[in-house]
Design a protein around this ligand. Structure first.
Ligand SMILES: [Zn+2]
Length: 285
């Protein structure tokens, strides 16, 4: 288990980048965060010879962590270091999630004008979104890597699929909430999503906003749970880096979701997202 160095931008593969932030993993600022956040479960000895380095690609402007967990450390991180019980407890305590989910579910229904459709949730975690969508009449399959979370979903009667290669061109809509920033190769995500989606289908991705993040980094910054959570949010997306992926895979970015559900409130939300940019709706042409 160790950290591995990335020498290319994981989105546009450019080798040109500049350092925005760099401290040693031995620095008290990051040790304090890791010890507190992971309740001393993070094996900090493995990290001490590495730097926590945030770099910005000069081509597509992606901000990414230069040193990321190898597969072994990554499995350990998501399987053991992050406690399942605490993760479930945190999720159950979040009270405002259903409102957000209901907005997304009604967007999906409006796009397809209540036609019968098939939805895939990628990285469904404990299945709270999938459950809510099913309660609202959507036909949802869930895909998830963690066995604990898969079992929890199965107990709740959610249909969990374990092989994404069997359902090509099956889905009208793919939803993924706070997953892409965790995965080292964003191309792998797109290569997995796109063949599963029917022509004319949509993908909705949610991820942390990087709005004002560079400014925050320049002012006496301490690593924290934000757009660049150390070891977890290893890629921090912005409009130009996601635009690169959208073009690369021949997709279309839908900036104005309000056209599917016209209201002043939805127009304002779209305008806010032009800046804040923490979600993207994409169409397969
Ligand atoms: Zn790039």
């Amino acid at each position: 288990m160790k950290l591995i160095e990335r020498t290319n931008c994981p989105v546009c593969l450019s080798k040109k980048y500049k350092t925005l932030y760099n401290i040693s993993y031995n620095d008290e600022k990051i040790l304090a965060f890791l010890n507190e956040y992971y309740k001393k479960r993070m094996p900090i000895n493995l990290l001490k010879n590495f730097d926590y380095q945030l770099v910005e690609c000069l081509e597509c402007k992606l901000i990414f962590q230069k040193y990321i967990p190898d597969d072994e450390l990554s499995n350990e991180l998501y399987d053991k270091i992050i406690s399942s019980e605490e993760s479930l407890k945190k999720k159950l305590e979040k009270k405002d999630l259903n409102l957000k989910y209901d907005n997304e579910i009604s967007l999906i229904k409006n796009i397809f004008k209540n036609k019968k459709i098939k939805v895939l949730e990628f990285g469904s975690g404990w299945g709270f979104w999938a459950s809510r969508a099913i309660e609202n009449g959507l036909d949802v399959d869930a895909f998830e890597l963690s066995d604990t979370r898969i079992n929890y979903m199965k107990e709740k009667g959610i249909n969990v699929i374990d092989d994404l290669t069997k359902n090509q061109n099956q889905y009208d809509f793919i939803y993924s909430d706070q997953t892409i920033e965790h995965i080292s190769d964003p191309h792998q995500i797109f290569r997995t999503f796109i063949p599963n989606l029917k022509k004319g289908g949509f993908v909705l991705l949610n991820y942390p906003s990087t709005f004002n993040f560079k400014k925050k980094l320049s002012k006496n910054y301490s690593p924290q749970k934000d757009a660049a959570h150390p070891l977890e949010h290893i890629n921090s997306f912005n409009r130009s880096s996601l635009n690169y992926l959208v073009k690369e895979y021949g997709l279309e970015m839908i900036n104005f979701k309000f056209r599917f559900k016209p209201s002043l409130r939805n127009l304002l939300k779209d305008i806010k997202n032009l800046f804040y940019f923490d979600n993207i709706l994409i169409k397969k042409k």
